[in-house]
Design a protein around this ligand. Structure first.
Ligand SMILES: Cc1ncc(COP(=O)(O)O)c(CN[C@@H](CCC(=O)O)C(=O)O)c1O
Length: 399
């Protein structure tokens, strides 16, 4: 129809587009190390046992009503304990404005819209590189983006001095997006000591920290340890924002379960801020989905299921950590002239391999191996069955 002839095709998503290409490839050898989604050692998606048990308990529930605009109060309560700590004074003092979100993406977007509405003239500093969708989120929320140094290509580690310079040189009271743990795509996190220095400098500059915590439990296998950056900022008195997601650490990808929280001055401000977050949600999706929230509430509300979950998330993290060692050793055994130390030094879901876009293209065209063109390898897609094939292909395109 002539109504939409002005509409241009949207560009392929740099991450989800890789999944589409992988699915379309008929080759029996194809390997998908693109999307950050956990696979077991047979390359299959996993539904955690704790999730299965929670579903058994929920099955047949007659409750199918709307959730409040802020989502499941119980799920949010349990989720805040993961980020802020079981005995957090902020939870006790009801200083946290928090709503259930459409997973991590939805939490980031809701915050970005809140940021635009109530601090319209401010901007947000986003790390280089970052999860590609961060740029889309803050662009569509019409928040001006700046960047800050993060990754150091030469060492394949953190550019700490570059980061600190950018934090120091940003105008007083700037907003910064921080990955709480398991940085996507680099797998490079500040050390605890570096987080303490970053927090002190944020204090001095009165910056606002928004933590995107999409992989809590995936970096170390211990959700409490993976929240260390957030705990440091809280101890230092920062009033932060946090995006949380159960997509990866509970395997609830398609259930779209997450949480946005903002630490406020006091209970009164928290109530006010929450009312405005709900005001943003209402015309966007009105209220969030029920089923995933029930699964999370059932698991985290039952000590036995929660401890089963903690075991299962550690199993996932440990499998990935094991694959890092195997991939690095395989590359070294092939006599690769390059250093692959970063494969085991980086943590979380991703390895930022250092492969060039052209080398990535060769892996796809010659070996049917799929990864994002920035050379990011989703380590969750690496298995004992394909790690040798992957290492050989990487060696062939890099030797
Ligand atoms: C840092 C970061 N924040 C938020 C999200 C959003 O996750 P939710 O599913 O909305 O909770 C992701 C997922 N990034 C993965 C998954 C695929 C995607 O959404 O791009 C990735 O980078 O492969 C992420 O890496």
């Amino acid at each position: 129809s002539s109504w939409w002839k002005n509409v241009e095709p949207a560009p392929k998503d740099p991450i989800l587009g890789v999944t589409e290409a992988f699915l379309a490839d008929p080759s029996p050898d194809k390997v998908n190390v693109g999307v950050g989604a956990y696979r077991d050692d047979n390359g299959k998606p996993v539904v955690l046992e704790c999730v299965r048990e929670a579903e058994r308990r929920i099955a047949g529930s007659s409750f199918m009503e709307y959730l409040p605009m802020g989502g499941s109060v119980k799920m949010v309560e349990e989720t805040l304990k993961l980020a802020y700590g079981d005995n957090s004074e902020f939870i006790k003092d009801k200083r946290i404005a928090a709503v259930q979100s459409l997973s991590g993406t939805g939490a980031c977007r809701l915050f970005a819209d809140f940021h635009k509405r109530f601090r319209p003239d401010s901007q947000i500093y986003i790390p280089v590189p970052t999860w590609s969708n961060h740029h889309n989120i803050w662009r569509d929320a019409q928040v001006t983006q700046k960047t800050y140094h993060y990754y150091h290509p030469e060492t394949k580690g953190l550019n700490f001095s570059g980061l600190m310079d950018d934090v120091k040189n940003a105008p007083e009271g700037s907003f910064f997006l921080l990955h709480a743990c398991a940085h996507n795509p680099t797998g490079v996190d500040p050390t605890e000591e570096q987080w303490r220095e970053i927090s002190q400098l944020f204090k001095a500059k009165n910056h606002f920290a928004f933590f995107d915590m999409a992989y809590q439990g995936f970096a170390s296998g211990d959700p409490a340890k993976d929240a260390k950056s957030i705990r440091i900022f809280l101890e230092d008195g920062h009033h932060i924002g946090i995006s949380q997601s159960y997509a990866k650490n509970m395997g609830l990808y398609g259930q779209r379960v997450g949480c946005l929280s903002v630490l406020c001055e006091d209970e009164k401000q928290a109530v006010t801020v929450k009312s405005q977050l709900q005001q943003l949600a209402r015309p966007m999706y009105s209220n969030p989905p029920l089923h995933g929230a029930q699964i999370v509430s059932t698991i985290l509300g039952d000590p036995e299921l929660k401890s089963l979950w903690l075991k299962e998330v550690k199993i996932m993290a440990d499998r990935i950590i094991g694959m890092r060692t195997t991939l690095r050793e395989s590359l070294e055994k092939l006599g690769s002239p390059l250093s692959w130390e970063h494969v085991t030094k980086q943590i979380g879901m991703f390895c930022y391999s250092g492969l060039t876009p052209e080398q990535v293209d060769r892996l796809t065209s010659e070996y049917h191996i799929y990864m994002t063109r920035n050379g990011r390898i989703s380590m969750a897609g690496v298995t004992t069955g394909n790690v040798g094939y992957l290492a050989n292909a990487i060696h062939e395109v890099t030797k």
